[in-house]
Design a protein around this ligand. Structure first.
Ligand SMILES: [Zn+2]
Length: 57
């Protein structure tokens, strides 16, 4: 299990979050990362550096 200390918007503090990497099935070049807060269980979706595709989401 990969964990990282990241800021959680729900906890309003840095918490230990589990990193779940998911390959995007349609755009394989894009990597989807899910940071799941171990404190509140809130999953935060983080994607690769492609800000132009943000509106298509
Ligand atoms: Zn949290």
């Amino acid at each position: 299990m990969i964990t990282e200390k990241r800021f959680c918007e729900k906890c309003m503090q840095k918490t230990i979050q589990q990193i779940i990497e998911k390959e995007d099935t349609i755009y394989t070049y894009k990597r989807k990362r899910i940071y799941k807060c171990q404190q509140c269980g809130n999953p935060v979706f983080k994607r690769g550096l492609r800000p132009s595709s943000e509106s298509v989401y």
